[in-house]
Design a protein around this ligand. Structure first.
Ligand code: URP
Ligand code: ZN
Ligand code: ZN
Ligand code: ZN
Length: 485
C-alpha cells in the first residue's frame, strides 16, 4: 500500500541515543535504521544530511471538536490534526468528554468526530460525576475501548467540576484498573468566589480571569490531589502545570518517591500574563485559558523544571475558539470560552526555547515531546521511537532553518494565534505520519480517514512497584483483631 521511503544521512535521535544513520520505511513501519542502507528503485529518497531525524511529536493534551462553555472548538479532528502535522506532531491524545453523563456515549461521540482523522490519535476520558454506572463504564473504557487515563476536573464549578469525595472514588477506581488518574488542579469553589469578587469590583474584562484564579489556588489543588493519590497509593498526572506553586508540589512529591507526572503546556512555558491586559478585547480574550497564563517568572521556572526532570513532558492544551466565539464573553470574562492554541507550534517553540537556548539536549527534546508521552500512555516503542518495528511517524528538523508563527500561515481554523509573530531557529521540514509524507516544502498532503485510533493498554511503567492490593481499600487478607471489652 504505502510507498517506500529512505531517509539518508541524518542524525537519528531517540530519547537515549543518537547516531548518523539511514532510516528505511515500508508499509507504514520503520523497517531498518543503520548507516548506508542499500535499496532498489521505486523508493522515495529524502536527504537529511545535517538535519535531525526524530520521532514525530506526541501531544498528550488536546481538545478537538470539544463542546465547551456554550460553543464548540473551531478546530476539529481534521483541521487540528492538519495543523499538528504541519508542526511536526504525528499523534495526539484528546480528551473525550462524557455526553449526558455517559462515558460510553461520550466515547462514541468522539469516535465519530475522529473519523476524518489524518494522523493517529488516542483518548483520555473525563469523569465528571460518580455513581455505579460511571464506575462500570470506566471498566469498559479500559477493558474494551483502549483508554488508560481519566481526567478529573477540580475546577469549572457547575459544569465539569467534581468534589474530593468523587476524586477519591475515581482515584481508587483508576488504581484498580491500572489507569492513570489526571487532574485539572485548581480550587474550583475558591475560583468561583474569586470570579464573583471581580465582577463586584466592576472588573468584567479578560484581565479579571487571571486575577480571579491566582497561582495559590493551583498550588493548593495540586497539593491536595497529590496527597489523595498518595493516600490511595496510585500514580497521578497533573495536566497543564502553569505555576511555580504547582510545580514545587510536584517536585516535593517526586523527591519523596511518589509517582507524580507534571505536564506543562507550551503557552505556559513561553508566554506571560500581559496578554489579557491588552486594551483590544479580542486580543486580550485569546489568552484566556485555565489555569491562567502566569507572570513571566513562572514560565522560566517551568522551563528549568523540565530541564532538570521535575516535569516530564510538554503538551499544548490546544483548545481553540475564534474571535466571534471569544466575544461571547465581551461583557463578562466568565463567559469567554477558555483555551489557547499550540498543536502546530509546540515542536518549534520547545526546540527554540529549550534546545536552541542550550537548556536541554536533542535527546531530551525527543523525550519531552514524544517518548515520554508514549511511555506514560503505554504505547512505547510502537510510538515515540525511531527503531525497527516502530510506526513510521518521523520528522526531519533542520536546525539551521527558521520558523515564523503567523495567523496568515498557520493551519488552524482560528483567526488569532497566541504566539503571533514569534520566530526562531529550527524548522520541521518534513513530517511522515503512518509511513506517508504529509508535510514537505511547506505543503500539506493529508487524506481524511488515514489516521488510526491507537488503543492504550493499562498498567504503564508508572504502576511498577505499586501494590495492586491496597491495604486501605482492597485487602481481605486479614481478619480484624477480635478484642474483648
Ligand atoms: O482553558 C482550558 N484549559 N481549556 C480546555 C479545558 C481544560 O481545562 O483543559
Ligand atoms: Zn505497500
Ligand atoms: Zn483542564
Ligand atoms: Zn485541557
Amino acid at each position: 500500500s504505502s510507498s517506500k521511503i529512505l531517509i539518508k544521512g541524518g542524525t537519528v535521535v531517540n530519547a537515549h541515543h543518537q547516531e548518523i544513520a539511514d532510516v528505511f520505511v515500508e508499509h507504514g513501519i520503520i523497517v531498518d535504521v543503520k548507516p548506508n542502507i542499500k535499496i532498489g528503485d521505486d523508493v522515495t529518497v529524502l536527504d537529511a544530511t545535517g538535519k535531525f531525524v526524530m520521532p514525530g511529536g506526541i501531544d498528550p493534551h488536546t481538545h478537538l471538536a470539544f463542546d465547551f462553555m456554550g460553543t464548540r472548538t473551531i478546530d476539529d479532528f481534521f483541521s487540528g490534526q492538519a495543523a499538528a502535522l504541519a508542526g511536526g506532531t504525528t499523534m495526539h491524545i484528546d480528551f473525550a468528554i462524557p455526553v449526558g453523563g455517559s462515558l460510553i456515549a461520550g466515547f462514541e461521540a468522539y469516535e465519530e468526530r475522529a473519523e476524518k482523522s489524518v494522523m493517529d490519535y488516542g483518548f483520555h476520558m473525563a469523569v465528571t460525576k460518580w455513581d455505579d454506572t460511571v464506575s462500570k463504564e470506566m471498566e469498559i473504557m479500559v477493558n474494551e475501548k483502549g483508554i488508560n487515563s481519566f481526567k478529573f476536573f477540580m475546577a469549572y464549578k457547575g459544569a465539569l467540576m467534581i468534589n474530593d469525595v468523587l476524586l477519591l472514588e475515581g482515584l481508587k477506581k483508576c488504581k484498580s484498573l491500572g489507569a492513570l488518574a489526571m487532574v485539572h488542579a485548581e480550587h474550583g469553589d475558591a475560583v468561583f468566589e474569586g470570579q464573583k469578587r471581580m465582577i463586584e469590583l466592576g472588573i468584567t474584562g479578560p484581565e479579571g480571569h487571571a486575577l480571579s484564579r491566582p497561582a495559590v489556588l493551583e498550588g493548593e489543588a495540586t497539593a491536595r490531589a497529590i496527597r489523595l493519590a498518595a493516600f490511595v497509593n496510585t500514580p497521578l498526572y497533573v495536566v497543564h502545570v502553569m505555576s511555580i506553586d504547582a510545580m514545587e508540589e510536584i517536585a516535593k512529591a517526586r523527591k519523596s518517591g511518589q509517582k507524580v507526572i507534571g505536564e506543562p503546556i507550551v503557552a505556559g512555558l513561553v508566554l506571560d500574563d500581559s496578554g489579557p491586559w491588552d486594551p483590544d478585547f479580542v486580543t486580550a480574550a485569546k489568552y484566556v485559558m485555565s489555569p491562567p497564563i502566569r507572570a513571566a517568572g513562572h514560565g522560566k521556572a517551568l522551563q528549568a523544571a523540565l530541564s532538570t526532570g521535575i516535569l516530564q513532558l510538554v503538551g499544548t492544551d490546544h483548545c481553540v475558539f475564534n474571535s466571534t466565539q471569544k466575544s461571547l464573553g465581551i461583557d463578562d470574562f466568565r463567559k469567554i470560552p477558555n483555551g489557547v492554541n499550540g498543536i502546530e507550534e509546540r515542536m518549534h517553540l520547545v526546540w527554540d526555547t529549550m534546545v536552541e537556548s542550550g537548556q536541554i539536549s536533542v535527546s531530551d527534546y525527543v523525550r519531552i515531546t514524544s517518548t515520554e508521552s508514549a511511555r506514560i500512555f503505554n504505547i512505547y516503542p510502537r510510538k515515540g521511537a525511531i527503531l525497527a518495528g516502530s510506526d513510521a511517524d518521523i520528522i526531519i528538523l533542520n536546525p539551521n532553518s527558521s520558523f515564523e508563527i503567523s495567523t496568515s500561515t498557520h493551519h488552524s481554523r482560528t483567526d488569532t494565534n497566541v504566539f503571533e509573530g514569534r520566530r526562531g531557529k529550527g524548522k520541521v521540514e518534513v513530517t511522515i505520519a503512518g509511513g506517508r509524507i504529509v508535510w514537505i516544502n511547506d505543503e500539506l498532503k493529508v487524506t481524511p480517514g488515514s489516521g488510526k485510533y491507537v488503543k492504550m493498554p493499562p498498567f504503564s511503567y508508572l504502576f511498577a512497584g505499586i501494590d495492586k492490593v491496597d491495604a486501605m481499600y482492597f485487602s481481605s487478607l486479614k481478619a480484624p483483631v477480635k478484642r474483648a471489652w
